[in-house]
Design a protein around this ligand. Structure first.
Ligand code: 26A
Length: 350
């Protein structure tokens, strides 16, 4: 069947540039973070555009994951929903998605610009500052259009960028409910620490639909702190167990929590609510040498793309983690959230 995977997120154009720590300090930015731009951050976008060596790249976390998944899967496997403006930035995003064969079904805003993310690269770190603009205006009603809902009905897997919890919890609820009622796979990425901190309620209500949680160690820590978990907020395994055993709408599927930790092993916890047993696994990452690292913008999204593509292919979770790590390593060796062309394929023997 066509398009087994539907993804939803905030389509953004990345303005990527190398900066020093002074520049980050000037704007009160952490070296590794993703935030919504406050008024004090707005000059960054103009400044970055004027900086030498800046590049414009297709971004948006879930859109990166959707492109990564389509990179791996056969043609016509992935559809992406989000909201953009009517401008050259949106044209650039569509061009990138087309290159990967990703089907784009944008809601188009007549009078609002396409969203932008300043991707400030400092060594192996990246600080992301986002002006959502048109991406902030996605409405759940876009999914209700008969041609779009048909795509939802035909899909077997859903991938939601947690960042979208700031935009349309209603759209996430709609897809989550559909997935749960029809025993389809529903995956959510925590996306950034600020989601668990400041969008706790929409996150908590979405979680009941989630079969696969994907997050990194700083997002796990933010979750533990904002939810007052009685565990050490650096103890990713204990946090994963807490998230895995939260109530679930679709009781036919267990919940699996996947926490990446940079170069440290990826932790996977699956909870069986009947036996109340946890299955715990840790997978070493494929470490790159520092000369192989171009930048880490989009590395987590690439991991998620490889992971969810593998679930679509019917692979095991262990295999899906391996493909995710392979995809992340590929993306880290490219500028921004992108992949090499001609396409490389996952080595069958890996
Ligand atoms: C709501 N926010 C802050 C965001 C984002 C975002 N994608 C969606 N919503 N902030 C940064 N990104 C994207 O994350 C990718 C790297 O993981 C950037 O566009 C970047 O490509």
């Amino acid at each position: 069947m066509s398009y087994p995977l539907v993804a939803l997120g905030n389509p953004l154009l990345d303005l990527q540039v190398d900066v020093d720590t002074e520049y980050l300090k000037k704007y009160d930015l952490k070296e590794n973070d993703a935030i919504l731009a406050e008024p004090k951050h707005l000059p960054i976008f103009e400044e970055v555009l004027k900086k030498d060596g800046r590049v414009l790249l297709a971004g948006g976390a879930a859109q990166n994951t959707a492109r990564a998944a389509q990179y791996i899967l056969p043609p016509k496997s992935v559809v992406y929903f989000g909201s953009v403006g009517k401008d050259v930035y949106a044209d650039k995003l569509i061009e990138a998605n087309n290159k990967y064969g990703l089907r784009t079904e944008y809601q188009v805003q007549e009078d609002i610009e396409t969203g932008k993310c300043a991707a400030l690269i400092n060594g192996a770190h990246r600080s992301l500052v986002t002006d959502l603009a048109a991406a902030n205006h996605f409405k759940a009603s876009h999914l209700d259009k008969p041609e779009n809902w048909k795509l939802v009905e035909n899909a077997t897997h859903f991938y939601i960028g947690g960042f979208h919890l700031t935009v349309s919890p209603e759209a996430i609820e709609k897809l989550g409910k559909h997935a749960a009622e029809n025993n389809k796979v529903f995956a959510l990425n925590f996306s950034a620490p600020f989601i668990a901190q400041f969008f706790k309620d929409p996150l908590d209500s979405a979680l009941k639909y989630v079969d696969f949680v994907i997050a990194n160690e700083s997002e796990a820590e933010a979750y533990a702190e904002s939810h007052d978990l009685k565990v050490d907020s650096k103890d990713v395994l204990s946090i994963a167990k807490e998230v895995a055993k939260l109530p679930k709408a679709n009781t036919k599927r267990p919940r699996t929590v996947v926490f990446t930790q940079g170069t440290e092993p990826t932790i996977v916890v699956k909870y069986d609510p009947v036996s109340e047993d946890f299955e715990v696994n840790a997978y070493k990452v494929k470490e790159l040498t520092s000369s192989q690292i171009v930048d880490t913008n989009g590395a987590g999204d690439a991991f998620a793309g490889g992971f969810i593509a593998s679930l679509v292919e019917g692979k095991t979770v262990a295999q899906a983690v391996d493909v995710g790590q392979w995809a992340a390593a590929l993306s880290i060796q490219q500028v921004g959230p992108s992949f090499p062309f001609p396409k490389e394929t996952y080595p069958a023997s890996a």
